[in-house]
Design a protein around this ligand. Structure first.
Ligand SMILES: [Zn+2]
Length: 110
């Protein structure tokens, strides 16, 4: 992927297949599916990227409603920047109730 380093490319690929450790770790751990503490709905990649109202203010370049449209029309660097922004947001506001994020690097979940 042009303009992205290897790690960012991996993140984009995982987001495109909507399978990240953050959203799917529960399948391996046997825990309940994590939910968005803000919206009280299942935590999914689509929810984080397109739907969660908690991130509306920082979802600057995303005026799309479908995942395919997002990856077809939005610059991948904008998506990466958004992910980095919400990762900080998630840690600061502790939105994820199922993880003790203090001991993790959030970027490892993507
Ligand atoms: Zn939400």
């Amino acid at each position: 992927m042009s303009g992205l380093n290897w790690r960012d490319s991996v993140v984009i690929n995982r987001l495109q297949i909507v399978h990240t450790c953050l959203t799917h770790y529960y399948l391996l751990s046997g825990e309940d599916q994590p939910e968005c503490a803000h919206c009280k709905c299942p935590l999914t990649v689509k929810h984080l990227l397109l739907e969660c109202a908690a991130f509306n203010n920082i979802r600057l370049n995303f005026t799309v409603s479908a995942m395919k449209e997002l990856f077809d029309t939005v610059d991948m660097r904008h998506i990466i920047n958004f992910i980095k922004d919400i990762s900080i947001f998630i840690i600061v506001f502790n939105l994820l109730v199922s993880f003790q994020l203090q001991s993790f690097d959030i970027t490892n979940f993507f």
